[in-house]
Structure formats: C-alpha cells, structure tokens
Write a protein that binds this ligand. Sequence first.
Ligand code: ATP
Length: 322
Amino acid sequence: MKRIGVLTSGGDAPGMNACIRAIVRCGVSCKLEVVGIRRGYCGIFEEDFIKLGSRSVSNIIHRGGTILETARCEEMKSREGMRTAIEILQREGIEGLITIGGDGTLRGATKLAKAGGVKIISVPSTIDNDVYGTDYTIGFDTAINTALDAIDKIRDTAGSLPRPFFVEVMGRSRGFIALEVGIAGGAEDIMIPEVETKIEEISLDIKRSFERGKKSFIVIVAEGDEAGGAFSIAQQVWERLKLEYRVCVLGHVQRGGSPTAKDRVLASKLGAAAVDALVRGMSGYMVGELKGELAFTPLRETWDKKKELDSNLLQLVKVLAG
Ligand code: ATP
C-alpha cells in the first residue's frame, strides 16, 4: 500500500484533529502518502483532495472542529453513488481509506467496504458516544466536561434561589451524555430517550425535595427525550406545580472547545491503530477501545447492534439525588 485517504464526516467532534494528526504522522512513518479528503464523503465526489505531510498537521492537536471540515452527503446513500466513489478513489490511487465519524459515517463506510476495491477502516468519533464496539467515541469526554462546567455554574445560581432548573444536553436518540453529565454534575434527575419520562412522578419529586429542604433541583434532559425537550418538559411540570422554573439549552457549545487529554490520547491511539490495520491489509472494521484494549469490530455491527447504557449508573442517579 502506497497511498491512503482520510476524511471526517457527520457531526464534528473535539479530537478529530488529533486523530487526523496521528493518521498522517503514522502514515508518513510507514512510508505512505496520506491524502486528506475535504467535507466528508462529499469531498470524494467533488474530488477535493489535499496532500497531507507531517508539517501540515502541526499545531492542531489542541483544536476542536476538524481541519478537513465535514458535511452530510446524500450521494453516498445510492448504489450508483457508491460505485462512483470507489471509481474516483481508485483513479486517485487511494488504496486504503480511513473514515472518522459517527454512526451515519459508519453506515457509509460499511457500504464502501462491501463494494470492494478500496480497503476501509473507520474510527468512531461523535460527541454522542452511541457507537457499538467502543466504550468511548472521540469527542464524548470533551462534550461531557463542557456540559459539566455549565452545570456547575448553574448549580451556584440554582442553589441561591430555589426553583427547578431543566438543562438540555445533546442526544437526539440516546442518553449517554445526559447520563454521565447527570452523575458527574449531581443532578436530581435525568430524562433520556431510553427511559419513559413520567411527568407526574418528576413533579412530585420536585415538590417533595423542596419540602424536604433541598436548595436546588437540576434535571438533565436529553434533547431527544420522548416527552419533549427541556422547554416542553418544564412547561408540563409547571402545569402541575405552578412553580417558577428556568430552562437552559446548552446546544452547540458541547461540540466545540479544545479536546480533553482523554480525547486526545484516544484519538491518537485509534488513528495509529487504523493506519496499522490498513498496512496489515485489514478492511471492513472499526477500531475502538473496549476495557482499555484496542478492539476491531466488523463495520456493520457498529450501527446494527445497540450499545447499552450502563444500568448501574442509571440507578445511581436516583440514589445519589438524596
Ligand atoms: P453524528 O453522530 O455526530 O451526527 P454521523 O456520522 O452519524 O455523526 P450523519 O450525518 O448521520 O453523521 O452521517 C454522515 C454521513 O454519512 C452522511 O452525510 C452520509 O454521507 C453518510 N451516511 C449516513 N447514513 C448512510 C447510509 N445509510 N448509507 C450511506 N451513507 C450514509
């Protein structure tokens, strides 16, 4: 193998740059030419390629976002698009491709690998952590620490003037962010898509907590909770309690910022392992980390199988709310 490509796709996540850096530098040390593909899979169709050398990835390890940019690319979803993508990659002499992204990106990579002709290895990177085959995705740790910083600040004000706070964090279909942030931030309750939200129950909890003398009540709401986002849930609680409340939607701040040490290390390890896998002739796998060890999972399983939430953590939220 002489030439490999790398792209970042879907939602950007802190640590993607650290991963690109690792791929380029490990590629160079294996005497490979590394080509960056801009704006995710769109860059293949637009033939937007850029040669990456060791110096072109200097000073990016600490930066959020992605120097290759990212995009959502509909052409990837058709059979014809898939054939075109493979043809273009082959014409460019790209023998191996590393994709960095979340479950959508992994679906695209699965189809590319199945089409054949170019070896495909994927690295999981999304703030959502909703990828099977890895304990953590690149970007998750930074996102939860960013959200935690905001929640610590909210707790200061929430404790000074007793009223419930509903804080919405990202997570359209899964509650990984809400759960970890809820535990780390000492939330009184969390609302996630995986667990039915009972407005009556949470309303009673809030009422009793203030009666018991609690000074603050913070509820972490995943944006995709089936009872609605934080505004909707807060309003439904208000209709029962007629108690003044505040809502804070953290939104895209969770996507940005300098990656934590944990995300940089994970990104560096997985980027290096992806290059090594291509050099060894592997294709059709995602490289993740399970219990501290590198783990290769067939691409299809990464989105076809469901990663479970830690049920112990779920139970702990209630107990620790006190
Ligand atoms: P995040 O989890 O952060 O949103 P993601 O990788 O899941 O990241 P998506 O927008 O879902 O982000 O997917 C990124 C890209 O992957 C899409 O724009 C598309 O090009 C490709 N993709 C998604 N689903 C499929 C699919 N079923 N078949 C082929 N390609 C796909």
